[in-house]
Design a protein around this ligand. Structure first.
Ligand SMILES: Cc1cc2nc3c(=O)[nH]c(=O)nc-3n(C[C@H](O)[C@H](O)[C@H](O)COP(=O)(O)OP(=O)(O)OC[C@H]3O[C@@H](n4cnc5c(N)ncnc54)[C@H](O)[C@@H]3O)c2cc1C
Length: 460
């Protein structure tokens, strides 16, 4: 229930260029839905901004009437921080403009663009920004938390490639953050999350990639898991930075060309991308291609855009999801045994266990050079649980937690803020590591009253 005088609400709506969605609108449930179907927040207003003026008036309206706010980019965050109960969602989903300057190799990206939008525009010029590996993810949330994907070992995390941003502060002022202007703010935005203001636009450094890249997608039976994960670990040790290989424990999709006897069973997929010369890539992937006796293998050039979308269908919108994750110092044999202990019979049809490669350019940046401190890990282990029926909530959440606890002996002690579930507030310090105190100072400067707190929150 919105405790604001009707005339004030009407004045706000009349001056708004986008649309404001209210609980009595017929599409309210559709508009407030996010990727994680576990999230059921009921905002009083969803302000679908069309530009910076709408964003400023949303911030001012919320401040004036003491309403909670949240910022929605792609709506993909597992914790559901894009939404708030009884407050205003500053919804960027209609602001998707991406402008590329091919000569300067820069992209200027509005805050509602997804990775699919960004890839579409940049790939037209044979360029790419560093993104994640699911094309539906919002550029905004991904970048603010860090952002790792197939190009990260070559070019760093997304936040390392953020050159500047436009930010609306808690006071409703527009400020620019770059190396020259407000460099403390740019430092904090490179991994410190949505704590410091709402961003309307991002400027990224682009790299020459594609339009085709050399890829491998190779599925092995889970029974061969130990050999496959050992191979993955050892292979990456000597791999060049332009080569990225993910190991993913997944369910074999019940479709051709996967052999029927494996449908629905656990398998380990090695997914690789070489962001360089094709012939070189093909040669580099030979050991992967020749390893073991896989269920299915595809080693081939693929449009980068298609690779980016190839796992989207595995985690459909609106299902129930719960994440636990931690960075691993290395993938020891005991770590591998523990992973396999929990995954021989993977629960939940949409569950994926990700062993994400770090290293390369990610780890060549100093821990304190940006807000993102995780520059010493070999892998990020994601326990990404997904299921359909609420009856299974407790069982799936408990399984994820137990698995996570069993992996703690192998952890760096760090967690990726973008993979934190909504019950993990106590891990915020682990997410920001040694940068936490400096982030607190920047938070205190730009948001002293913690107006922006629907995030992995740093308190002023
Ligand atoms: C299926 C799936 C795959 C993923 N794969 C990867 C991956 O490969 N690599 C990776 O690094 N991450 C990955 N992620 C994690 C992803 O980066 C985070 O979930 C991220 O928060 C999503 O951003 P979003 O804009 O879509 O989310 P939203 O839920 O819209 O926003 C998340 C948070 O970001 C902040 N925010 C969003 N927009 C703004 C803004 N304009 N201004 C200020 N703050 C804002 C807010 O705090 C908000 O609560 C994946 C997530 C999913 C669900």
């Amino acid at each position: 229930m919105l405790a604001v005088e009707q005339a004030k609400v009407e004045a706000f709506v009349n001056d708004f260029r986008g649309r404001v969605v209210f609980p009595n609108d017929s599409d309210y449930d559709e508009v407030r839905a996010v990727w994680n179907g576990m999230i059921d927040k009921r905002p009083a207003m969803i302000a679908q901004c069309m530009g910076t003026a709408d964003v400023i008036s949303s911030v001012n309206f919320a401040q004036e009437h003491g309403l909670p706010v949240s910022a929605r980019g792609g709506g993909h965050n597992v914790a559901g921080n894009a939404l708030c109960d009884d407050g205003i969602v500053i919804d960027f989903s209609k602001m998707k403009l991406v402008r590329v300057d091919p000569t300067a190799k820069r992209a200027y990206v509005s805050a509602g663009a997804t990775l699919a939008d960004l890839d579409h525009e940049t790939q037209a010029f044979g360029l790419a920004a560093v993104g994640g590996v699911d094309s539906r993810t919002g550029v905004a949330g991904l970048t603010l938390g860090g952002g790792t994907g197939y190009l990260s070992r070559a070019y760093g995390i997304s936040a390392d490639n953020l050159m500047s941003a436009d930010v609306v502060t808690a006071g409703g002022n527009l400020v620019h953050a770059s190396e020259e202007e407000n460099p403390d703010l740019l430092w904090a935005l490179r991994g410190g999350g949505g704590n410091f203001g709402v961003l309307t636009s991002f400027e990224f450094k682009l790299h020459e990639v594609g339009p085709e890249v050399m890829t491998a997608q190779i599925f092995h039976p889970i029974e061969k898991g130990k050999e496959v994960l050992q191979f993955h670990r050892d292979f990456l040790k000597n791999a060049p930075d332009k080569l990225s290989v993910y190991a993913l424990v997944v369910h074999v999709p019940p479709i051709a060309p996967f052999p029927e006897e494996f449908h629905g069973k656990s398998a380990i997929a090695l997914v690789a991308c070489y962001a360089g010369d094709m012939t070189e890539g093909k040669k580099l992937l030979e050991p992967l291609e020749n390893f073991g006796d896989p269920i299915l293998k595809a080693v081939m050039p693929m449009p980068y855009k298609v690779l980016q979308q190839s796992f989207d269908a595995g985690t459909p919108d609106g299902q129930r999801y719960y994440y636990k994750s931690q960075y691993l110092t290395e993938l020891s044999d005991s770590a591998i045994d523990t992973i396999l202990n929990y995954t021989k019979d993977l629960p939940g049809p949409f569950t994926i266990i990700g062993v994400e490669p770090m290293g390369g350019a990610i780890n060549q940046v100093d821990k304190s050079a940006t807000a993102f401190p995780h520059r010493n890990a070999a892998f990020n282990l994601g326990i990404w649980s997904g299921w359909s029926d609420s009856v299974e909530d407790t069982e799936m959440i408990n399984w994820s937690r137990e698995f996570h606890t069993a992996m703690e002996p192998f952890s760096t002690g760090g967690v990726y803020s973008n993979y934190m579930s909504d019950d993990e507030e106590s891990r915020v310090k682990e997410a920001y590591g040694g940068n936490f105190d400096r982030l607190t100072k920047v938070k205190t400067k730009y948001d002293p009253d913690n107006f922006f707190r629907r995030n992995q929150n740093i308190k002023p």
